[in-house]
Design a protein. Structure first.
Length: 237
C-alpha cells in the first residue's frame, strides 16, 4: 500500500503562482536579449535639412532671351532670377538647351550634383561664380563682358573658352587637366599673360594641349612662350 499525500489547496495555488512568475521572467530576459542583438536603426530627424546640391550663379547685363547649354546627369534646377517659377528637370549626358526671356539685369542660379558642361556664351554675362561645380569639365563663357573669372574650384576642367571678354587676369594653376584654353581677345597686359603661361600645368594630355592668347592688350615675353612650349603646350599668340 502506498501512502497518498494530499497537499492543501492553498499550497498548490502558491506553487503555481511562483512557477508562472519564474517562467515569465525567463521569457522577458530572452526577449530583451533578442532586441539587443537586433538593434533597430535610428529614425531620421524630420527637422534635418536636406543636402543642398552645388550651385553656380551668372549675372547678366541684358534683357531679352537668355540661352544656356548644360550637360551632365541627374536633376538640375534653374532660378532665372526674375521672379518666375524655378525650372527643374533631369539631364542625361548630351547637351540640353534652355532658353528664357526676362527683363533687366538679373542673376541666374543653376544647381545640380553632376553638371559637367556649361555653355553661357554670348549672353552679356558680367559675373560668374562657378567654384562649387567641381564636376565641370567644359566651360564656354566666351563672347560676354567678364572682367574676372575664378576657376580655382574647377579642377576637372578640360576645356575653357573665355575669349572675347574683358578679362585682365586669369589664373589656371588649379586646372591640371586642361587641354584647350582660349583666352584671346581680352584685356590682359604682358605681365598677366606671362603669369598665365607660368600657371599652365606640365601633365601629359592625350591629344596635346593648346593655349590661344592672341589679340590681348599686351604680348607674352619670348621666355614665357618658350617655357610654355617646354611644358608641352602649343601656343597661339
Amino acid at each position: 500500500m502506498y501512502n497518498v499525500i494530499v497537499l492543501p489547496a492553498m499550497f498548490l495555488r502558491l506553487f503555481t503562482f511562483f512557477l508562472c512568475v519564474t517562467l515569465a521572467g525567463a521569457a522577458c530576459t530572452l526577449t530583451g536579449n533578442l532586441y539587443e542583438d537586433n538593434v533597430q536603426p535610428k529614425e531620421e530627424d524630420p527637422h534635418q535639412e536636406p543636402i543642398k546640391p552645388p550651385q553656380m550663379t551668372l549675372t547678366l547685363d541684358k534683357s531679352g532671351i537668355v540661352s544656356l547649354g548644360i550637360s551632365g546627369s541627374g536633376s538640375i534646377s534653374i532660378n532665372w532670377g526674375d521672379g518666375s517659377a524655378i525650372q527643374t528637370t533631369n539631364i542625361y549626358g548630351n547637351n540640353t538647351n534652355f532658353t528664357h526671356s526676362g527683363n533687366g539685369t538679373r542673376t541666374i542660379t543653376v544647381a545640380g550634383l553632376n553638371i559637367m558642361r556649361l555653355d553661357c556664351s554670348d549672353n552679356q554675362v558680367s559675373n560668374m561664380n562657378i567654384n562649387e561645380i567641381s564636376t565641370l569639365t567644359h566651360l564656354y563663357c566666351n563672347d560676354n563682358v567678364l572682367t574676372s573669372l575664378d576657376v580655382s574650384g574647377n579642377s576637372s576642367l578640360v576645356l575653357l573658352l573665355c575669349n572675347n571678354n574683358n578679362l585682365t587676369y586669369l589664373n589656371v594653376n588649379a586646372n591640371t587637366s586642361l587641354s584647350v584654353l582660349n583666352c584671346s581677345y581680352n584685356n590682359m597686359q604682358s605681365s598677366a599673360l606671362n603669369s598665365l603661361l607660368s600657371f599652365l600645368h606640365v601633365n601629359n594630355i592625350s591629344g596635346g594641349k593648346t593655349v590661344i592668347l592672341n589679340n590681348n592688350t599686351g604680348v607674352a615675353s619670348p621666355q614665357s612662350l618658350t617655357n610654355a612650349i617646354s611644358k608641352g603646350w602649343e601656343v597661339i599668340d
